[in-house]
Structure formats: C-alpha cells, structure tokens
Design a protein around this ligand. Sequence first.
Ligand SMILES: Cc1cc2nc3c(=O)[nH]c(=O)nc-3n(C[C@H](O)[C@H](O)[C@H](O)COP(=O)(O)OP(=O)(O)OC[C@H]3O[C@@H](n4cnc5c(N)ncnc54)[C@H](O)[C@@H]3O)c2cc1C
Length: 529
Amino acid sequence: MMSFDGVVIGAGHNGLTLAAYLARAGMKIAVLERNPRLGGGCSTDGDQLPGFRLNLHANFYMGLSRCPLIEDLELFRYGFSYIEPPVQQAAVFRDGTGIVIHKDLDKTCASLARFSKQDAETFRELWHTYCVEMRPLLVSLLYNAPLPREQLLDRLSGPQAKELLSHAQHDLFSVVRKHFVDERIRTLFTSYMHVITTEDVAGAGIVFPAIFANIASFTLPAGGAVSLVNALARAVEAGEGEVVTGADVKEIMVKNGRATGVKLADGKTIEGSKFVASAIDFPRTVQMAGEELFPEPVCEKAKAWHWGNHSLVTLHLALRQAPAYRAEAFDPDIARAYNIFFGMENIDEVASCFDDCAAKKFPKVLMGNGACNSQFDPTYAPSGRHSAFWWPFAPYSVDGGPQNWERHRADYSKRVLEYWRVYASNLDDRNVLGSYLFTPLDIDRLNSNMRQGAVRMGAYVPNQLGINRPHPLLPGSRTPVEGLYLCGSSSGNGGGVNGAPGYIAANAIADDLRLKRPWIPVPPPEWRH
Ligand SMILES: Cc1cc2nc3c(=O)[nH]c(=O)nc-3n(C[C@H](O)[C@H](O)[C@H](O)COP(=O)(O)OP(=O)(O)OC[C@H]3O[C@@H](n4cnc5c(N)ncnc54)[C@H](O)[C@@H]3O)c2cc1C
C-alpha cells in the first residue's frame, strides 16, 4: 500500500488546486486521475485535427486577474500564462448588426448606445457597481465557503447589498428584463447568462451580479486550456506531491467513521493518513464512501441531483482564414472580438432553444458562443492557419437517448456549419480544411465527472447554489465522514475554471489540521456601505 498524508480523487483543476496548496503547506499528497491524461474539463486535444489545438471543454477562463491561485501558487513560474483580448465579446445578428463588449467601458457603452442609450447608461452603472466597487466582495463570496442565508445577511448590509441580494427574486429572463430594455441587448444578456448554464427558474437570477462582474475579464489560456492544469501539477510535484494517471478510484475506504484512503479498480489501495478529498461529483462521492455514512436527506439529494437541462455540442474547425462575420461591416471591432455569440435573434429564440433542450429534442434554433483562438495565440494552429469553434447548446439525451448523437454526428456537423455560415460567410469548402464535432455524449465519455454532459457538475438552480451546493448538511467542503472533504464543482461555489471549490477545501483542511499556511486566505465576505 502506498501512503500519503492526503489523497485527492480526480486531477481536474480543482483537485490539483487543493493538492498544490496543501503541498505548499508541507503535505505529501497523491492526486489520482482515472484517465490517461490529467486535466478533466481543462483539456486540449491535438489529435482530432492534427496541428490544431482544440480546447474540448473550457476555453474562456474568467476573472483570472483576481484569482488567488495565480500568485499564491506562482503559476506563471510553472508555465501558465494567459491572454486578455481588448475586444472581449460580441453578439452578431442575422441583419448584419452586432453589439461589442470591450475591456474599455466607454467603447462598450458607445456600442450599446447604438441600440439603446438607456441600456448603455444602465451598463455603465452596473459596471461601476459590480466590476469595480463590489468586485472584491464578489471575489470573497466566490473563494469562501457559502454561508447560510442568515449569516450572509448579517455580513451584507446597505442599499447596494440589498440590490445585489434582490436578484434572488428573479428568474433568468426577468433579471435581464429588470436591467435592460432593448431586445437585442436583452438577447445578448440572456444568452450570456445561459452560457454560464444557469437554468431559467425563479431564484437563479442571484448569479447575475457575479456573472456580470466577469463580462470583460475573459482570457485565453496561452498554448491550450491544459496549460493551467500542467502548471498546477508542476506546483504539486514541486512539493512532495505525486500526480498519478490511470488510477481509477472505485472506493473511499472508511474505518471507524474516518476516511483512511482509497481503493483503485486494479485492487491497489492508497492510504491518506490525514485526509481524502474528492474532486469528483457529489453523488458518486457519496456512493464511493457508502450511503450509510450520510444522513438520509443527503442521500436523497444525491439521487435526485439535477445535472442541468442543457449541455453543449462543439463544432471545431481547421481553417485557412479566420471566420469573417458579416456584422464586421456594422462594427469593425467584431473582427477582433474574442467570444462571439450568434444564432439567436431575440429572447423568444433563446427561450425556444432552452425549451427544446429541456424537452430532450434537437433545438430548432442553434445558438451559443465560440471563438477563433488562433487570432489571439498563433500556437493554436499551424503557421498561417486558424482554429475556430462554435458550441451551440444541445441536450445530452436526444429523441430517446444520448446514443442518437452517434447516428446524427455527420448531419448535425453539417447543420451547425450551415448555420454558422449565415453569420460568417467565408466558411466555404475552400476555407474549411477539417472539422470535428464534440457531442454531449463525447463530454460524458471523456470525463466521467461530467455526467450527462454536465458543464458545471450540477445545474445552477437555487436548490443547488450557495449553501445548498451540495447540501447544507455538508457545509464548507466537510462531510459527516471525518477526514473526507469535497473539492469538486458540485461543491463550493460551483463549476467553471476558477479553482474555488479546491481553494475552499484546501482552507478547510488547513484549518482542521491546524497547518501553517504559506498563503493569505481571501477575506470573508463583508459589505456595510
Ligand atoms: C463543453 C464545455 C465547455 C466549457 N467551457 C467552459 C469555459 O469556457 N469556461 C469555464 O470556466 N468553464 C467551462 N466549462 C466548465 C469547466 O470545464 C468545468 O467546470 C471545470 O473544468 C470543472 O473542473 P473540476 O476540477 O471541478 O472537474 P473536472 O475537470 O471534471 O475534473 C475531475 C477529474 O476527475 C477524474 N475522475 C472522475 N472519476 C474519477 C475516479 N473514479 N477516479 C479518479 N479520477 C476520476 C476525471 O477524469 C477528471 O479528470 C465547460 C465545460 C464543458 C463540458
């Protein structure tokens, strides 16, 4: 039996974040990954379209300039870097118009004002509130364990806090209607909220301020999404840690109510004398440890875990020339935009796409966002070529089952490309050198943590947000099993590449084991203005 201070299940960025922090605190950690490659949702493929780098899952890393991991773990030193394009986002429409979000506030407002002066002013106010004044609070909320409602209300007071919390009354569409009047601008914002995979249910509007705060902090990981996890793995190994691939954990060993290690599919056991942390989904963690160790309501919730109604299908293209959008004639900055939305003309079309996904049907309206990464980092494609992708929303199970994706792979690929051509007319056969469709079924196959093609390892619905993620009886990453912690995206503050669940669990373990931290924790949330 191999023996470590701590064992981490899953070498996605959250498991590696936790391991890298605790390795810095002097612990000997093993990170166990079932796949031959580490990274989970931070993966870069070089095989499907040889010479072109495809980020199969996460592409847009958000809010990195305020992410504590970068400096605490010296990730630049271990080879991670990112690019933050000045023209951040655009939404383009069939009539050739488009809205552009810049890093520069005045330029964004000028673009919005072409559609609605009132919305441009609203955007300016929201920007000052959420991207400037309250940004430190939003960072504190993200990187601290979610608090019960009463404790949160105790810590947040004043008119701005009241306004922030008032979003909890809203569903996705009403929160956007509350702020904006123009149909196009509303269309952009509902699409943007859905991209973060918020479900359209009452209460989900609470995520609006946090999502808005990142609207102009989209970054591209240089060299590929995998560069982040590679840097984290180096940080683990720079301590006394090991990252082991091909290690499929089947069981969490528990003795006298305490987690003692894990058992692998090949029968090997690995001891974690001080802790076991699970960076995989909450329902499977409960099963691996044994349902009898958890209270009934936790087991019930694990069984009924909502993975989300919508997943993503991605068409990756190898190109001679970057996509040229017709809307560039309306606003030339669209040619320099990093994240591009298209496919939806109005809120009704956004709603129709998500209704179809919820009904497990191929959507009539294809809509979503994408990018041409090689425009910003030439290493994403061979010299003089481009790589681009578009990921319209799609359900996991279609017309009776997820296997239908296989049957429809070729025709769906064609359909997505035809749709894309409506907006970018230069995507003709001469320009397109190759394509690869990555379906929701492929997501699940490649990463067993992304069950049912789940993008966030659990839908963003009020019952799975904040203290409810995964359950109020498992607060602050801890479980009823002593020494067993949750550090994956179905815990903490959820999915997306920010390392928050891993960071929160690392702090919980450091507290419980009274470790001397070589980092200064993000202060707890507080607002009394
Ligand atoms: C198509 C798509 C696009 C996305 N785009 C974005 C984006 O642009 N920006 C963004 O921020 N987020 C995006 N996301 C979400 C993001 O990828 C995830 O939220 C994030 O990667 C989750 O990280 P994690 O460390 O929690 O889990 P994961 O990355 O899933 O890591 C878990 C790891 O555990 C391993 N594992 C599972 N079971 C076992 C086991 N039994 N034993 C050992 N190992 C195991 C898995 O193989 C995996 O490597 C996207 C997701 C998808 C699917």
